[in-house]
Design a binder for this molecule. Structure first.
Ligand code: NDP
Length: 340
């Protein structure tokens, strides 16, 4: 059973060498009476928060999730096939999604996995993203935290990524004016020509974020869906409208800095009566069915585009994961462990 192991707690931006691949033997059977389910992992999700869990835990990061343990496999959301089961809710051949370790085969216990309804005709990889926690994050984060109204202006950072591409499209479906920032010409092109954003800019080519935002939002920003933090947040605060909303989904630019960026314009939150709120997808776990009722018809009717970046083989997992911190992924980063 090949596994991806954390060597030691990470300092700075995670590197491929912080992870190693090991192989060991595993009996492909569950013990009777264990209530366990043995699965073969098909797809694994590469997510920015996993880098936070590679660091030595602090009280703040423990409020997010338990850290990974040096010498043990890292883990995250995966899509898997049941090989053997001592849990009557799952039978051999079922497809499931949920938390698994980064390895070829995992032994798991309920309630960490959900059965996949294979009659819904979508790629299984979608359960690492749009039909899993990330879709819920985008849906609930935008609709619940941002309280959007038709005609409002919406800015999304890391806009071509897994969550950003969905938030932008959900905002367009609401009748909002939507602008995104991303880190390459290719990504900006995707925003404009695939996901239907009204405008977009490459923040690496336009380091004066304030000017870029003033050009894209001559009448200011009503809603900011925050994925990156730091200097972008500082510039956004200058351009927010009175009673604007900021949903803090993530701050990827800040996770691995020893000294974080100073955000100078925080007083604008008070001056402009801005509502700024952080959230985690698990806050909205009870909305998964409601989200599916919303998203399934959109996918079926082709009204929602979804771009994935699928890398093949567990050996390439470390590179795919650390690539997130350098913008290497084009769309949702997924790792294909083994075709089912
Ligand atoms: P993405 O698919 O957007 O991948 C990460 C992207 O972030 C990269 O492709 C890159 O895009 C951008 N990025 C990386 N480093 C920087 C940097 N220093 N400055 C600016 N941009 C950077 O990831 P997700 O959609 O999965 O996640 C987006 C955000 O949402 C993250 O902050 C993540 O931590 C957060 N998140 C929050 C959840 C919650 O429950 N609150 C759940 C899941 C994710 P580019 O090339 O455009 O720079």
């Amino acid at each position: 059973n090949k596994q991806v192991i954390l060597r030691d707690y990470v300092k700075g931006v995670p590197k491929q060498s912080d992870l190693m691949i090991v192989s060991n033997t595993l009996e492909l059977k569950v013990k009777p009476g264990s209530s366990e389910v043995l699965v073969k992992n098909i797809y694994l999700s590469c997510d920015p928060y996993m880098g936070i869990l590679m660091r030595e835990p602090t009280p703040s990061t423990l409020a997010l999730l338990d850290a990974f343990v040096p010498g043990k496999p890292i883990g995250g959301i995966g899509v898997s096939k049941v090989i053997d089961s001592d849990d009557p809710a799952f039978i051999k051949g079922d497809f499931v999604w949920g938390m698994v370790d980064w390895e070829e085969y995992s032994t798991i216990k309920m309630p960490m996995i959900f059965k996949i309804d294979v009659t819904i005709n979508v790629p299984l990889s979608y359960y690492t993203g749009i039909l899993g926690t990330l879709g819920l994050t985008a849906y609930a984060g935008f609709h619940e935290i941002c309280s959007p109204k038709k005609g409002e202006t919406v800015f999304v950072s890391a806009a071509s990524g897994a969550i950003g591409q969905l938030v932008g499209q959900f905002a367009k479906l609401m009748g909002c004016y939507v602008v995104g920032s991303a880190g390459s010409t290719q990504k900006v092109d995707l925003l404009l020509n695939k996901f239907g954003f009204d405008d977009a800019f490459n923040y690496k080519e336009e380091p004066d974020f304030d000017s870029a935002l003033k050009r894209c939002f001559p009448n200011g920003i009503d809603i900011y869906f925050e994925n990156v933090g730091g200097k972008m947040l500082d510039a956004v605060l200058l351009n927010m409208n009175i009673c604007g909303r900021i949903a803090v989904c993530g701050m990827i630019s800040q996770y691995h800095l020893e000294t974080r960026d100073i955000v100078n314009n925080l007083p604008n939150i008070m001056f402009k009566r801005i509502k700024m709120q952080g959230f985690l997808f698990m806050d909205f776990h009870d909305q998964l069915e409601k989200f599916y009722e919303f998203v399934h018809p959109l996918l079926k009717e082709g009204k929602l585009k979804y771009v994935e970046d699928i890398v093949n083989g567990l050996d390439n997992g470390p590179a795919a994961l650390v690539g997130l911190y350098h913008g290497q992924n084009i769309g949702k980063q997924v790792l294909l462990v083994d075709a089912h």
